[in-house]
Design a binder for this molecule. Structure first.
Ligand code: XBP
Ligand code: MG
Length: 234
């Protein structure tokens, strides 16, 4: 029997794990360590998450929100963001992240069934390495055969660049793939590449509109997955 999907393309932040509270802590720590009187509380961070990518998020914040220090140059932002990534990596190394419920069994089953696994994420390759090392004790390449990270594309989500990169690398037709996302901007990115999409919203994205999604589920646990995915995997 020919399966409906030959590949699963995973988003990272919010989909593999609830990472955003850890990103938020790393941003706030780096601001404090560098004398910036900025603090991103949860309600502000929810608004800032509409902008994918840490550097872009800092740039957006200093352009659109009143702040006390002078504007950071692009170089300053790159440096601050590099330090933020180091803080994030050390927090992940200490075991601060766990996979979202259902993720480990989807990935284990997909590897057993030899279904192609890929990643399309706005975050950096180094953050993906931290996550897979901590949660799977593996390098990303030992799990995912195609890896599109924010540092490789011109435009992050909601642009379709990351998903188009996966399609190009795998030579798969968009309709053979299923994107798994947690946010509206992620859904827009996958749909922009014409890829059927399953959305399981993460904490910061619960109230967003996912009407364009092909499937939605509250969690990614087996019993909540759409029938097509359950039949493919289990
Ligand atoms: C979510 C993001 C990321 C992180 C910050 O990416 O937008 O920017 O919040 O990551 P996705 P960096 O949902 O596509 O995985 O600071 O490393 O850019
Ligand atoms: Mg996400």
């Amino acid at each position: 029997m020919k399966h409906l999907f030959s590949a699963l393309i995973f988003d990272v932040d919010g989909t593999l794990a609830e990472t955003e509270e850890l990103h938020r802590k790393a941003f706030n720590d780096v601001f404090k360590n560098n004398g910036l009187k900025w603090h991103w509380d949860k309600s502000l961070y929810a608004k800032l998450l509409r902008i994918a990518g840490g550097k872009e998020r800092i740039q957006f914040y200093q352009t659109h929100f009143p702040q006390q220090n002078g504007l950071l140059s692009d170089n300053d932002i790159a440096l601050i963001h590099k330090k933020k990534t180091e803080i994030y990596a050390s927090l992940v190394k200490k075991g601060a992240l766990t996979l979202r419920p259902g993720i480990r069994s989807i990935i284990t089953a997909a590897l057993e069934q030899k279904i192609c696994l890929a990643v399309a994420t706005s975050t950096s390759y180094s953050n993906l390495v931290s996550l897979t090392k901590s949660c799977f004790d593996k390098k990303p390449e030992e799990i995912f055969s195609s890896i599109a990270t924010g540092n490789l594309v011109k435009q992050k989500k909601p642009a379709a660049d990351l998903y188009n990169l996966v399609l190009k690398e795998t030579s798969l037709n968009s309709k053979e793939c299923l994107a798994i996302e947690d946010s509206r901007i992620g859904l827009m990115a996958a749909k922009g590449a014409n890829i059927p999409t399953l959305v399981s919203p993460s904490i910061y994205h619960l109230a967003e509109n996912f009407s364009e999604a092909d499937y939605t589920c509250v969690t990614l646990e087996r019993e909540q997955l759409p029938k097509e995915l359950r039949q493919l995997l289990f």
